[in-house]
Design a protein around this ligand. Structure first.
Ligand code: GAP
Length: 590
């Protein structure tokens, strides 16, 4: 079957999500709220399964990661320390005519004739505006359209009957200064902070301003010491958290891809600085090529750990049904890196609207903990017994070398914070001295993923159109959501062949009740069996169990207490004993 075009495909996906109850527009009955989405019955299960798989792989199946569930609203100082208050912004531009807001980097370049006006007068009312204005007219369009738009602009400034002044024309090529919807000039780009504000307490005063967290990560840094002390972990170890995050995105788009409320799944994995690794392990291993570097080793520095997490995350996606070929690794160029990052890999997914970021895996150095140490005045340094024991055994030249390198890296940090040279030098010296006694501020590797973005990727990846026989064996087209059984919203549908045969219904309900404590089961007795299969295909239910007359033993004892088990993707059916059903299904969904 021909592949649908991307725009068309996305429309089909959005429509299926609504029709089948995966995703609805938030507040739809009031016209919706841009950037906010609600998950219906199937979507809620899908998201829950995604989060469970992530939590299981990140915490339960590992000894070196523990969990955290922190509050959404935190002390505003957290966002000063993290840099969000001052730098978490996008450049935005406003249309001078309609006031519509755009992200500056999302305005498409246009070419045409730009008409400039120095102002306008209204002779009848004796009014004048000296505001300058400009309109871009695309090739083939008359100057009149520019004049019409310009007159609207001056009418908004109180001139009912404006006469335009100082008209001048200029050719413009690939300009991003005009609203693509009406040609009106845009404002100069201005930064717009993406954090959503609220007030804590009954008084709406400046002191009470707080923010809905724009990422879950910062709570992990802020609680680092509490978690360390209560979990008996030591570096290298991680803290994982999932939860809501909020960003006042200027231009939410591509369905749920860029939302204003979304969920994140973040791991902050704390490691020794390379100087400490070298002191303890005698050297620092560096990646020798692409691929998974294997079991973690004591001599791993940040580069090995970074590569390890990139590969672990790809393996995770593979385990829930996103094959490696649907993903791309993008290594950010040095000029694209955030100021604190040493390296960042974006894992991109091929969405129908383009190849876009699914997750970022950043090596964030010791920036975050250092910032919270500086802003809170509480030490974020850990004591490393292995380092303390190893240090005196190093030869003197090695001690000098490691100490100097650690001093330089701390000096770089303190200098960036804007400390005076003298103070930066003093603090870096203190930290270098502390290293020799076994103390350091851990570095961090951060794999940070979005639940909603992953749900969308899984939905796009699962969407499939093929052919299936109807009741009479005639081929008809079917839509099937080929979710991996691990993340499918409903794992198995149970159908009595006919709903008006009490014995079939009774047996089907027994099978439903047998499976229900272990997985999400959908019981359906309404309509022709082919239709029921089709409904489950659209929901992405990987297995269908049908209870028929053979199950009741009507064709003899051999088939008694057996059912047909239908595979969603191949549509093949096989006879399975009821007694074998549970282990068989559990094996597929775990
Ligand atoms: N702590 C690092 C951090 O938050 P990010 O790249 O801004 O990094 C991480 O976000 C992930 O969160 C993204 O890869 C994406 O999956 C998800 N995400 C970010 N902004 C989002 C938005 N507006 N809507 C949906 N998901 C978003």
């Amino acid at each position: 079957m021909a592949e649908p075009k991307t725009g068309e495909l996305m429309e089909k996906i959005v429509s299926l999500c609504k029709r089948r109850g995966f995703i609805f527009q938030s507040s739809e009955i009031y016209g919706g709220l841009n950037g906010f989405w609600d998950y219906g019955p199937l979507g809620a299960e899908l998201k829950r399964n995604i989060k469970e798989c992530w939590w299981r792989s990140m915490t339960q199946l590992r000894e070196d990661v523990v969990g955290l569930d922190a509050s959404i609203i935190m002390h505003p100082k957290i966002w000063e320390a993290s840099g969000h208050t001052s730098t978490f912004s996008d450049l935005m531009v406003d249309c001078l005519l309609t006031k519509k807001r755009f992200r500056a980097d999302q305005v498409d370049p246009q070419s045409g004739t730009a008409y400039f006006y120095t102002g306008a007068i209204d002779e009848t009312e004796g009014k004048e505006s000296k505001d300058t204005f400009s309109v871009l007219v695309l090739p083939g369009k008359p100057v009149e359209s520019a004049r019409k738009t310009a007159k609207q602009f001056y009418q908004q400034r109180g001139l009912n009957n404006p006469t335009l002044l100082g008209e001048r024309a200029e050719q413009a090529k690939d300009t991003v200064r005009y609203n693509p919807e009406n040609g009106s000039l845009l404002t100069e780009p201005r930064p717009f902070n993406l954090m959503l504000k609220t007030y804590v307490g009954p008084v709406e005063s400046v002191e009470n301003i707080s923010y809905l967290r724009p990422e879950t990560a910062q709570a992990i840094f802020a609680q680092f010491k509490n978690v360390l002390e209560t979990s008996r972990q030591k570096t290298p170890f991680g803290i994982a958290q999932m939860g809501k995050a909020f960003r006042n995105e200027i231009n939410p788009r591509n369905f749920t891809f860029r939302s204003r409320e979304f969920e994140q799944m973040e791991l902050e994995f704390f490691i020794k600085p390379d100087e400490a690794v070298e002191a303890v392990a005698g050297g620092v291993a560096k990646p020798s090529g692409a691929g998974h570097p294997g079991e973690p080793q004591p001599n791993w520095g940040w580069q090995m750990w970074h590569q390890y997490w990139v590969e672990e995350r790809i393996r995770f996606y593979e385990s829930i049904g996103l094959p490696r070929v649907t993903l791309e690794e993008y290594w950010q160029k040095p000029e694209e890196l955030a100021h604190y990052a040493r390296a960042t890999v974006d894992l991109l997914f091929k969405f129908p609207f383009g190849t876009q970021e699914l997750e970022g895996i950043a090596a964030r150095s010791d920036f975050d903990l250092s910032q919270h140490q500086r802003f809170s005045g509480k030490s974020m340094a850990v004591f490393d017994e292995d380092l303390k024991a190893a240090w005196p055994k190093l030869d003197a030249a090695k001690q000098v070398d490691l100490r100097e390198r650690y001093f330089q890296s701390r000096l770089k940090y303190f200098t960036k914070t804007g400390e005076t040279a003298e103070k930066a030098d003093k603090q870096a010296k203190e930290d270098a001295e502390a290293l020799t006694k076994g103390y350091y501020v851990p570095h961090v590797i951060e794999p940070s993923a979005g639940v909603d973005r992953l749900a969308l990727a899984l939905i796009c990846n699962a969407y499939c159109e093929d052919q299936a026989p109807d009741e009479k064996g005639k081929l008809e087209s079917r839509v099937v959501m080929k979710f991996h059984p691990r993340i499918a919203s409903v794992k198995v549908a149970v159908f009595p062949l006919l709903k008006n045969k009490p014995d079939l219904v009774k047996k089907a309900k027994e099978v439903r009740d047998l499976l229900r404590p272990h997985m999400s089961v959908f019981y359906d007795e309404a309509g022709a069996i082919g239709r029921r299969y089709r409904r489950q295909d659209e929901a992405g239910t990987p297995f269908g169990v049908t209870i028929d007359f053979d199950t009741l033993g009507e064709k003899g004892p051999d088939l008694k207490d057996t059912v047909t088990l239908r595979d969603r993707d191949s549509m093949k059916q096989e006879r399975v004993k009821i007694a074998d059903l549970l282990p068989r299904l559990l094996g597929a969904i775990r």
